[in-house]
Design a protein around this ligand. Structure first.
Ligand SMILES: *Cc1c(COP(=O)(O)O)cnc(C)c1O
Length: 422
């Protein structure tokens, strides 16, 4: 599409947007009496209007039924995680028995690394992108140490070429090939939190499998943002959180994917708990753990119903809006933001997110060459909620469910002004 730098053009795009009514399904924070320009859905997605009713339902059922809510609540708590399965499978391109809602992201990463990082004397290394999210780095370091390895020796972090900000798929594949016999696990983000790069999941998975390594992904910034085909891509395992693009509320329940190839492999080591035990026998309270088949067999504890309830409201919205229309709008919306930023002639900043639509989601990371913090503070003062990542990046995420083309246009004006006066 040929974009234009005018409010009238932005309004035209908004009028033509088939998803424009979804903005009303979210509660938008206000600043000086008007809705903020909320570009931080990659950090915490906005609250679905319907979330309160879902949470209230559980509070009411708890008040009314006490412990009997496990069986007699409108959505019985005993099976609560199952209410997420169908929609999570759709969002991740998985079969229903390959996904489960449980725990928090980093916890799930640890649980799945217990099963899928199985180092041997010769094959023990983990390969990931450099500059991964802190929690993932800590998980990798501590898992390596847990198995008796020195992270300095057993962890390969891939850096972009000098002068580049993101990794080339060819370079990732080559690094996997070069380290082949020593690689136990290739662990990448789906979408990189800092650069916004959407990694080529099938290519990385193929390369990992070709050398005999396992392929796992952290989809924190990918789920609800970009199309995923975890089953067909043959990914071994994946984890995600739900409070970013999934709009499920702070600390809401995370998710995990285990490919069906592994779902009945009961010899995989795992850290077990009663919720992963064979359902029919869960309350027999006997020794002898028998894992459920599929991803559910990795559950440990009973489901946090109050935290999870809001997520049901959010998943309903995704289900109605549809991932394909969302992605179409997302590409346009981010493309428009990129166009307007480039119109300014990037002197004081540059966009480090890849410019190809299939290499990014709805985030643009703007690297500030000077006065970055000052510009960022001015954005906040003008009613823009964006986020600042050390050392020098402003991340902007126009989210197709609730952001508009007009907001992108207004943001660009505010940003230009902040640059001029800093
Ligand atoms: C947001 C995020 C996390 C957060 O982990 P929690 O366990 O949910 O607190 C971890 N990893 C990545 C890549 C993230 O983007």
């Amino acid at each position: 599409m040929k974009f234009e730098n005018s409010l009238a053009f932005a309004h035209t795009l908004d009028r033509q947007d088939p998803l424009r009514t979804y903005r009303k399904s979210f509660r938008i924070p206000r600043h000086s009496g008007r809705p903020v320009i909320y570009f931080t859905g990659n950090s915490l997605g906005l609250q679905p209007v319907g979330a309160a009713a879902f949470v209230k339902q559980e509070l009411n059922d708890w008040a009314r039924l006490g412990v009997d809510g496990h069986l007699h609540a409108k959505r019985p708590w005993l099976h609560y995680h199952k209410f997420f399965t169908r929609n999570l499978a759709k969002l991740t391109g998985a079969k229903p028995h390959e996904v489960v809602a449980m725990n928090q992201l980093t916890v799930n990463l640890h649980l799945l690394m217990v099963s899928f990082y199985r180092p041997t004397a010769t094959r023990f290394k983990i390969l990931s992108e450099a500059g991964a999210f802190s929690s993932d780095m800590y998980a990798i370091e501590s898992q390596l140490r847990f198995h008796g390895y020195d992270p300095a020796r057993a962890w390969i972090e891939l850096r972009p070429r000098p002068g580049e900000y993101t990794l080339r798929t060819d370079d990732i594949v080559k690094a996997i090939e070069d380290n082949g016999p020593s690689l136990a696990l290739v662990l990448f983000s789906g979408v990189q939190y800092y650069t916004g790069q959407f990694f080529n999941i099938p290519a990385i998975t193929r390369a990992a499998h070709a050398v005999g390594a396992v392929a796992g992904f952290d989809l924190a910034h990918a789920v609800g943002n970009v199309p995923l085909n975890l089953h067909d891509d043959d990914v071994d395992f994946a984890v995600w959180c739900s409070y970013k693009y999934l709009n499920s509320g702070p600390g809401s329940v995370a998710g995990a994917f285990v490919h069906e190839r592994h779902g009945r492999n009961f010899s995989l080591p795992r850290f077990a708990g009663w919720w992963g035990h064979e359902e029919a026998e869960r309350f027999k309270m006997r020794r002898g753990f028998k894992a459920m088949a599929g991803a559910e067999g990795w559950q440990v504890s009973n489901f946090p119903v109050l935290a999870g309830a809001a997520q049901l409201a959010a998943l309903e919205i995704f289900n109605k809006a549809g991932l394909k229309p969302l992605r179409r709008k997302s590409i346009l919306l981010t493309g428009y933001l990129e166009y307007l930023l480039k119109e300014m002639g990037e002197k004081n900043f540059c966009i480090i997110t890849p410019s190809g639509a299939d290499e990014r989601g709805c985030q643009l990371s703007v690297l500030m060459k000077r006065k970055g913090r000052e510009v960022y503070r001015k954005l906040l003062k003008s009613g823009v909620m964006a986020d600042w990542r050390e050392p020098d990046v402003i991340r902007l995420a126009p989210v197709p469910l609730y952001n508009t083309f007009e907001e992108v246009y207004r943001f660009a004006k505010i940003f230009r002004n902040a640059l001029k006066t800093s």
